[in-house]
Design a protein. Structure first.
Length: 510
């Protein structure tokens, strides 16, 4: 049976390759993909292209694990990360179609007990607001990252202390936690977990047989890409991290073949192979701008080249590309990068999966394909990707480096490591414990994470080393202590990866 499935999968890839070879618009696609993979040191990549309800291409490139003969194919699993949000929004859409949920009902009504630090926002922010990232609540990813074993219910209860960064419905603030809340509405209304509902009401009827929402079972999968992160010019293999408590925000693993079916479903108004799963009315609402995004802050020239506008719908970024309305979403998780983009008026869509975190090859490939499908000038997206790689490398190299010196206060007086030790607290994130070990190492424990080393940079600034290597290579995380006139610690602040806000403060409590 396994041999038979393997032969059919191989045949499907071969047929897809022939189809693209016959499509003059995409004649140079293989050349571009191989070029950007070489430039970016990308071990494996998979792509699917859909047009007019037909699969033009479903193909893999490279290997699942670097240096081993483990070819990526159309059925290789990759983490799609935040592309999951469209699945969660669609699951809510099914409940809207059934009359179990209203988009404009308060989340506190749909999920009794939900509250935020701002009681007004907590009482009146709606399901639509949560899905459209417009609640104005802080995007505090440290809450779930530093408490990986906490349940979704525990995270949601903690959000009663989640601070407000902007007024309700006035600003786009991308917030993973709000999709945790949206995911929790599903068991509240159906008695089924988010995982069970998405599997039975979306994945199964669409025919996405490769796709997994059971993150703890990933180790049993044979055809799964190995995650990598960049470390200078090299790559480091990292483990698959099961963010089970934030699964509705970014927990799905899928394949190019399955995402081809997902794209067909989306472009057909919520139906596939004659089977209606989600109403066209809800999809139209999900794909309509709900929140405008300021260009100068949150748009880059590979993800949204020459865009006249960028907005967010319900699980989708909405923008324009050479006069065409485009729906898209990227995804990034430990060692994985993904991208989906649709041109609804052309019944055209693509999805690209990579096993290198935070890589932009996926955007360059999308832009290359869109230019040819739309008969636009052939811009050199491979060259633009290479420029991005150079800039990304420089950003890492310019990060502050650890100092080989004793800790100094701003006044110049030396401090012992024991002076930094103590218990600190943040009203949302809980306690942090700073300890000086017998062998002369200063450590910091946030939430339930293991104690992390603090390495002196200068004066009262230290570099925090996260347990997940990907955060360390994305840039330096700085921990800066503040002392009073009596040389007692008052607080410390953290700035760096995992922080949507510029800094997070912990105040000394002993």
């Amino acid at each position: 049976m396994k041999k038979s499935v393997g032969l059919w999968a191989l045949l499907g890839v071969l047929l897809s390759t022939v189809a693209v070879a016959q499509d003059s618009r995409l004649a140079d696609l293989d050349t571009l993909i191989e070029s950007v993979m070489k430039d970016g040191n990308v071990p494996g990549l998979a792509i699917v292209i859909v047009e007019n309800d037909q699969i033009l291409l479903a193909k893999g490139y490279g290997n699942r694990r670097r240096g081993e003969p483990s070819p990526v194919d159309a059925h290789t699993l990759f983490g799609i990360a935040s592309m999951t949000k469209a699945f969660t929004a669609s699951a809510i859409g099914i409940l809207v179609d059934r009359g179990a949920v209203r988009l404009d009902e308060p989340m506190a009504t749909a999920l009794p007990g939900f509250q935020l630090a701002d009681s007004y926002v907590g009482s009146y922010a709606t399901v639509r607001d949560a899905l459209a990232h417009r609640t104005g609540a802080a995007a505090e990813d440290l809450l779930w990252y530093t408490n990986p074993q906490a349940s979704a219910a525990t995270l949601i209860a903690s959000m009663a202390a989640l601070p407000q960064e902007a007024p309700l419905r006035e600003q786009f603030i991308y917030n993973n936690l709000m999709y945790v809340v949206a995911g929790a509405i599903i068991p509240e209304k159906t008695g089924k977990s988010w995982e069970a509902f998405v599997s039975s009401e979306l994945l199964a009827p669409i025919g996405m047989s490769d796709t997994s929402v059971q993150l703890n079972d990933l180790h049993r999968q044979g055809n799964i890409a190995i995650p990598y992160i960049r470390a200078g010019a090299d790559l480091l293999e990292v483990p698959h991290y099961a963010y089970q408590n934030t699964a509705p925000s970014g927990g799905i693993y899928s394949s190019a073949a399955d995402l081809g079916r997902w794209i067909r479903f989306l472009l057909n108004g919520g139906a596939i192979d004659g089977k209606k799963i989600l109403s066209a009315d809800f999809l139209a609402e999900a794909m309509r701008p709900q929140t405008l995004i300021r260009h100068e802050r949150q748009v880059d020239d590979l993800a949204f080249p020459n865009a006249n506008f960028v907005a967010y719908g319900l699980g989708w970024f909405i923008s324009d590309y050479e006069g065409q309305k485009v729906l898209s979403h990227s995804g990034g998780i430990d060692g994985m990068a993904s991208f989906i983009a649709l041109i609804p008026d052309r019944k055209f869509g693509i999805a690209i999966l990579e096993n290198v975190e935070s890589d932009r090859a996926r955007m360059a490939i999308r832009n290359f394909i869109f230019d040819r499908v739309l008969s636009r000038a052939n811009r050199d997206w491979g060259k633009r990707y290479a420029a991005w790689l150079t800039k990304a490398k420089l950003n890492v190299e310019d990060s502050p480096q650890p100092a080989a010196a004793s800790a100094q206060s701003d006044s110049g007086s030396a401090r012992t490591l024991a002076q930094y030790a103590g218990t600190y607290a943040n009203p949302l994130l809980g306690s942090a414990r700073v300890r000086s070990t017998a062998d002369g190492v200063l450590t910091c424990q946030l939430g339930t994470l293991a104690a992390m080393p603090l390495t002196l940079l200068d004066h009262d600034r230290f570099q925090l080393t996260w347990p997940a290597m990907n955060l360390n290579v994305q840039g330096t995380t700085l921990v800066t202590f503040k002392f009073d006139a009596a040389a007692k610690p008052i607080s410390f602040q953290i700035a760096g990866p995992m922080l949507e806000r510029e800094t997070v403060y912990y105040v000394a409590v002993d």
